[in-house]
Design a binder for this molecule. Sequence first.
Ligand SMILES: [Zn+2]
Ligand SMILES: [Zn+2]
Length: 270
Amino acid sequence: MASVDVFVVASGSQANALWLRAGETAILIDAGLAAETSVRRLRAAALPTTQIAAVLLTHEHDDHARGAGALARMLDVSVVANEATLAACSGLDGAVTDRIVEEGHYSIGPFRIEAVPVSHDAASPVAFVVDAGGLRVAVATDLGSVSEAFVERGRGADLVVIEANYDLRLLDVSPYPWFLKNRILGDRGHLSNEGAAKAVIAMHAGSRQDVLLAHLSDVNNLVPLARDTVASALAEESISDVAVEALRPNRGGVRRVLTVSREASSARGA
Ligand SMILES: [Zn+2]
Ligand SMILES: [Zn+2]
């Protein structure tokens, strides 16, 4: 049976990295940890780093790209991103890079990856919608607002990984300076718990879905608050087939194995 194996290597303001495997091929979306730390965490989870075929970047911010060059050199794989992100990235010297071509598509092994532009204060930030073996994973961090294009592409995805950065009340009373609060709140900043809830509801297509709330701020959010905000918004819409988990900031370790149900595979014509 087709399956996609998902492992959160890191999530939060300090570092982000998401590992996906289909068959014997794995990809890493973002590499915000030091390369050695990523390798250590993958090995601790018994996930072979030799299967990693590419390191994809959503954008060039340090918490997403810090370890990309070193990791790509270490594993002898390419760093894959759009041209503006590659140009804005530091630390890629000596690493092989590959541009996302053909209107935002990239294929490697069983993966077909679509880059969808998002609104964030980076050179050319994207979300990724990844298809493999009849399964779809939609990943969006960081983003100030959710575009119709991302909702459209991610609707009905088996797994949605979406930013739930802050709770508005906690951000309001937090010690962050005003300029930083305004940056986070802005259209090119980060997504609130309420923003994530709206997106998750819009992406529900009547089938079972897993949702991982990612990139939680350790100052302006709380794990139960993020989860409950999204879960109660779903309950208000009488949606009961979406499982929501909020990722603890600056930790990794959460694992999901997605499999194609017979119903879903016939619906997708797989
Ligand atoms: Zn960012
Ligand atoms: Zn970030």
